[in-house]
Each structure stands twice: as C-alpha cells, then as structure tokens.
Design a binder for this molecule. Structure first.
Ligand code: ARG
Length: 573
C-alpha cells in the first residue's frame, strides 16, 4: 500500500523516467491548490531544453493514475496538480483506522545508539542538559516505536581533574553531610564550595592535585569516595528524569569513566594505523579537513603532555565501542551546538580509523540555547544555574491552577495526573516545536496556553475527541471498512491523517521534531474545522460511522504523535 504521497510518487516516477529517459524524483507534496502537486517538470525541462508545461503534459499522458485520481491539471509554469478520488481516501482511512500502527509500515530494524542528557557529577544539570534530555528522549521514542533496537547512553561526566577537589571537599565536610547535600539536589552548593576553596587556598589545591593522582592510580579509599559522589549525583539525576517522564534509567548511565580501560588501546590502535602525531609533547590526531583560523591543521588531542587523557579520547573509545562491540549502524549525539566541531572531528577520526564505515553513520543532533525573557541564556533570578526540579515543579503548579480553572469538576486524582501531563508536556513541546538549531525563549505563559501551537492545545483537542465517544456511548475503534468522504472538511482532515506515516519517516531520519509538532498542530486545526462543519453524533448513517472513524483516527494520531514527543495525552481534562 503506502501513503497517497508515496503511491503518487511511485506512479509519477515511472512516467517521468519514460518521458525524461532517466530517474527523476517527482517531488510530490501536499498543495493548497489540489490534494497533491509534483514540481519536478521544471527541473527536467531545464535539463532537456523543453518547455516545462510540455514535460508535465507528457508525464501526465504516460502516468497511470486513473484508479487514484479524479482530476489532474497543469498549473502555472508546469506544476502537476492531482486530486484524489474520494473513494480512494475513504478506503485508505478505513484501512488506517483498523491499523494499530496508523498506516506506518514496518522498518528494517537497526541498532541505534542515542547519546543524550549527559550531565556532570556533583553539578546541577543546566538547561542545555534539559534540552538534550528532551530531544534525546524523543529520538529514543521514535526509533523504538518504529521497531529499532535502541541503546541509550547517558555519557555522564564522572571523571577528570575536578574530582580531586570534589573528593577533598567531601572529606572536609564529612561523608554524611556530603550525601545529605547531594541527595537533596544541592549540587551547585557542593560544587561551588569546593571550587571556592580550590581557588582560594594553595593547601587545598595541592591536596586536590594529590587526590587526582590517587584516583587515577586506582587507590581504593579514593575510589570509594568517588563512587559515593557519583552514586548520590545519579540518584538526583534519576529524580529529574522521573519528573520529566523520560525513558532514561539507572542502567543507561555509562559515564566517561566506563571507558577508562579502553583509552590506552584506542591510542595504540590510532598509532598502529599511523594516525597519531606528536605535537608540543601531546599525542594528537589531525583529522582531514579541519583547520584553525591560521590555516594550520587542527589537532584532536588524545593524550596530553602530562600523559592524561581527555574528553576527546573518551569519545573516541565510546564511538569505537558503539560501532564495533555494540554493532550499531546509527549513532546520534544529542549535544548543544558549541560541541559541533568536537563531534565532527571525532566522526572523521573514527572514519579514518575504519570504525565508522557505511552503512553505519553518526550524526550530531545539535541544538541552540534556551533564553530567558531578557534574551540571554536562561538563569535563575540570582543569576545562577536554574535548578531543573524547580522549573519542572513550577510548570506543574501552574498547570494545576489552569486545569482547576478550566475544568473545576475534575476529581483531585485525575486532576493531579492531568496537571503533570500538561505541565511537563508544555515544557517538552515548547522545546520540540521549535527548530532545534534555533534558540528559543522559555516562557511559562506561552507554553501553558490552551491556544496556539502548544501541548495543552493539542492535549485538549485529543481529550475533546475522546469526550465525543463518551457522550455518544460509542466504543472507539474501526473494522477497516471504507469510510465516506463527502464534505470538503472531511476530505481535508482525511488528507492530514493519511500523511502521518510520511511525517514519521521524515522525522525519524532528520530528527527535526518541530516538523512532527507542526503536523500535529495542523491536524488539530483540520479537526476543529471539520468538527465545526460536520455534526458527528447527530448525523445519520453512513455519515455518522464515517465521521466517528475520522474522529477516532484523529485522536489516536494525536496521542501517538504526542507520545513520540514524550508527551502524554489524557482522555479527559
Ligand atoms: N557532559 C558533557 C557536558 O556537560 C556532555 C557530554 C555529551 N556526550 C558526549 N559523548 N560527549 O557538556
């Protein structure tokens, strides 16, 4: 089968090939002038030196579209407009309505590693980690839903020189006090106090240095204190993940330290491959294509002059592990844009080492900053890092008030559930509905509004459809029989619904979740227009059954689409 877009694309591709003499992507897309439009005649005409309208006419004459299309037209300079037969739409909606997968075909499963969240031990997660967690969770959900084998990697910053000062500070204040501070989530207080001593006291600085050496040398007493710091921090991060309702678990923490035993062998392998060069006492890789401002090749430092390993070495060990040991063919790194060049260099090095080779691919899923009302990176009122739990709590509090106002009759139990879904959903949706490469402004009022392109609007649209079934005493579901598509608003809604598989496929490739968000918003809008013009429960058969099928498929598509974004859709709110 396939979606209308895919079927039209296939048919036109044959016709184009016959007319043009070579494969052409017909560039079929939805259009405001007809159901679908193909814009490919323009490009082909240029290459052949013919008139676009002539090419379009020849393609239409050669295309086998009769069973699908009731009307075609060549418009403007040579666009091919196509209007589907209502029976075809009705048949396709009937089939999608009976399909638990909403018409989305099975995929060839691959192993996908998603590297995301990755906060740092004994340090508050900042909004960049929040974005990584939200976007990464959506990436995990869409890949899992499509049937891929997904491995989550929370690349926790749990190793390196700061641990000298953190452990010394822990010893100063005592284990019990340290555990208490960290478990209530006062990570910043702990970190800042350690930092202040480090900057202010030579004696402390010296102790910290010695402690790092002990840690790296595997001193058991030091390792025990390090483990304590890491464990307390993980517990705090797990609380954030639970409030955020993301799929990250304890087992997904595979921190930087997990690669310690691999670092020497990574360097040995790079050396064997002839990729290692010594520069100012450090061992470096110079991946092809990277130069600094002065035009000199840029190094990726894999062993510092003091013999220590750094962030890049760990990432090389991690990428080798993911590609060779885990056998992944798709690697996603959900990390902010400032690290774009770091990942480009790691990927190129992995290619040069032969670890990263087709069909495997690695992609940096970058993102911009979260801004406050002042247009600067979001900070707390005091100017420090915002505590994420506070941010999440405030969203849920505000949602609780909004729900109480909108639906005072909702019982306390479901109200708390709904408020959580709305509050957390609003934060996630505000993030995912903007092009991730752009910065966005964190604005509680806007994200929690029941109007506009927001989570509450979509959740409410979903709940409203579910209430139609409750009011009518109708059990949702569809047996697959063709539905009747008669009114223009029914047709517009059907076309939106049938595009869901196309959007899911595109988004799973590009990880541009704002395209899924915009699609869901468009779907909810099409539903509103339909519902204003087409009575459902009060209409006669076969209209009633058909419209109920459209309602049910819309509700399921909204709930599924929001679910892929990590947002739940309550049945009642
Ligand atoms: N912990 C790092 C930070 O806070 C992010 C790690 C991203 N993942 C990676 N594989 N390097 O900036």
């Amino acid at each position: 089968m396939g979606t209308p877009e895919q079927i039209l694309s296939d048919r036109l591709a044959h016709a184009f090939a016959a007319v043009v003499g070579e494969p052409v992507d017909p560039l079929v897309q939805r259009s405001q002038f007809a159901d679908y439009q193909s814009n490919a005649a323009l490009g082909s005409a240029k290459r052949l030196g013919r008139k676009p309208r002539d090419i379009a006419a020849a393609v239409l004459a050669a295309a086998d579209l009769d069973d699908l299309v009731e009307d075609t037209e060549i418009s403007g300079p040579g666009f091919i407009n196509m209007t589907l037969r209502p029976q075809v739409l009705g048949r396709m909606i009937g089939a999608a309505g009976a399909d638990a997968r909403l018409g989305v075909p099975p995929v060839d499963p691959e192993t996908v590693v998603v590297d995301y969240s990755a906060p740092n031990t004994a340090k508050e997660m900042h909004v960049g980690h929040l974005r990584s967690t939200i976007i990464g969770d959506a990436a995990v959900r869409i890949a899992e839903w499509l049937g891929h084998r997904v491995i989550k990697r929370n690349h926790l910053g749990d190793w390196g020189t700061p641990f000298g000062m953190l452990i010394e500070h822990l010893l100063d204040i005592g284990e019990a006090e340290a555990a208490a501070e960290l478990s209530v989530g006062d990570l910043n207080g702990f970190y800042t106090a350690a930092r202040r001593k480090f900057d202010g006291s030579d004696e402390f600085k010296e102790r910290s240095r010695r402690r790092v050496v002990l840690l790296q040398g595997g001193d058991e007493a030091t390792l025990r204190l390090w483990r304590l710091l890491v464990a307390e921090s993980k517990q705090y991060f797990m609380k954030v993940y639970e409030s955020l309702d993301v799929r990250l678990g304890e087992a997904d923490f595979v921190g930087e330290s997990a690669y310690n035993d691999e670092l020497a062998s990574v360097i040995a392998e790079l050396d064997r491959l002839g990729l290692l060069r010594s520069s100012e006492g450090a061992d470096c890789v110079f991946p092809a294509g990277f130069t600094g401002r002065d035009g000199e090749p840029l190094p990726l430092i894999v062993r510092k002059s003091d013999g220590g390993y750094g962030y890049a070495t760990t990432d090389l060990a991690a990428i080798r592990d993911r590609l060779t040991t885990l056998g992944a063919t798709r690697l996603l790194y959900v990390v902010g844009m400032p690290q774009q060049q770091h990942f480009a260099m790691v990927f190129t090095t992995a290619r040069e080492a032969g670890w990263l080779a087709p069909p495997a691919r690695a992609t940096h899923i970058g993102f911009g900053s979260v801004l406050g009302a002042d247009g600067k990176v979001l900070r707390s009122r005091a100017g420090g890092t915002i505590k994420l739990v506070d941010l999440l709590d405030e969203a849920v509090d505000r949602a609780t008030r909004a729900i109480a106002e909108k639906n005072p009759d909702l019982d306390a139990g479901p109200r708390a559930e709904v408020a959580r879904a709305v509050g957390i959903g609003a934060i996630k949706y505000a993030d995912l509905s903007t092009d991730r490469l752009r910065d966005y402004t964190f604005d509680f009022d806007r994200m929690l509004s029941f109007e506009g392109n927001t989570a509450p609007y979509l959740q409410y649209a979903h709940a409203r459809i579910r209430s139609i079934f409750r009011r009518g005493g109708v059990t949702p579901g569809h047996d697959g029989t063709p539905v009747q598509i008669a009114e223009p608003a029914e047709r517009a809604l059907a076309l939106e619904l049938l595009a869901f598989p196309d959007i899911v496929a595109a988004v799973s490739e590009s990880m541009e979740f704002h395209r899924l968000a915009n699609y869901l918003y468009g779907l909810a809008t099409a539903f509103t227009a339909f519902y204003e013009r087409c009575p459902v429960l009060k209409s006669d058969e076969p209209s009633r059954g058909s419209r109920l099928a459209l309602c049910d498929l819309t509700a399921r598509t909204l709930a599924t689409g929001l679910g892929l974004l990590g947002i739940s859709a309550p049945d009642e709110m």
